[in-house]
Design a protein around this ligand. Structure first.
Ligand SMILES: N[C@@H](CCC(=O)N[C@@H](CS)C(=O)NCC(=O)O)C(=O)O
Length: 206
């Protein structure tokens, strides 16, 4: 099994971290996004969207980080990280879909405005877009924070793949100026995730 990724990509990190947590031996293949390898025909044949992560398992090529996480969880059998019990799994999926549809894309806008624009010489952040996105992100953070004020982990007492989906986008918290400082339950939970070996192994080099 191969996972095509890039160490700066929070979406790719979700796939790599899941493989580590589930102890699934996978070969991690770096796709050089800065050089545009993701737009080369060889990579587009694996993922026509030209994005990491991609998982290759035999004849299966799978894209979308949360689909990859679910597949890895399925191949592992009944792991507490992605339980087979329908109700328990539904709650893990709920946070994974929330991360995919709301949390990651909102953070992605601040990554673009506050980090990538400068990196690629595309001008200053758009102040109006930043302010509107900060408001949206705070609303989302308040939901997670309130939930984590009553639960040790997103799905209750046990750590699951939901943690991976929600924590990985936060890896750019400082450089993308994510306005999360007031959400103390979310930050305390994030500190616990950062203590995991699978998190440390996927930290940026250096
Ligand atoms: N919804 C996708 C998003 C994947 C994505 O946006 N990947 C970014 C890195 S975080 C990428 O490969 N960007 C390269 C490009 O767009 O050229 C997922 O969750 O896998």
């Amino acid at each position: 099994m191969k996972i095509y990724h890039h160490p700066f990509s929070s979406n790719a990190r979700k796939a790599v971290m899941t493989a580590y947590l589930l102890d699934i031996p996978a070969e991690f293949v770096v796709v050089d996004l800065a050089k545009g390898e993701q737009r080369q025909p060889e990579f587009l044949a694996k993922n026509p969207n030209g994005k990491v992560p991609v998982l290759e398992d035999g004849e299966l090529f799978l894209w979308e980080s949360h689909a990859i996480m679910a597949y890895l969880g399925d191949t592992k059998g009944d792991s507490p990280l992605y339980p087979r019990d329908a109700k328990k799994r539904a709650l893990v999926n709920q946070w994974m879909f929330w991360a995919s549809h709301h949390w990651s894309p909102t953070i992605g806008i601040l990554n673009f405005e506050n980090v990538l624009k400068k990196m690629f010489g595309q001008g200053d952040p758009d102040a109006g877009r930043v302010a509107a996105t900060e408001t949206q992100l705070k609303q989302l953070a308040a939901v997670a924070d309130e939930h984590l004020s009553k639960n040790a982990w997103l799905c209750g007492d046990t750590m699951t793949l939901a943690e991976v989906a929600v924590a990985c986008p936060m890896m750019t918290m400082a450089m993308a100026k994510l306005p999360l400082g007031d959400y103390k339950h979310l930050l305390a939970w994030y500190a616990k995730v950062q203590e995991l070996d699978a998190w440390k192994k996927t930290n940026l080099p250096g």
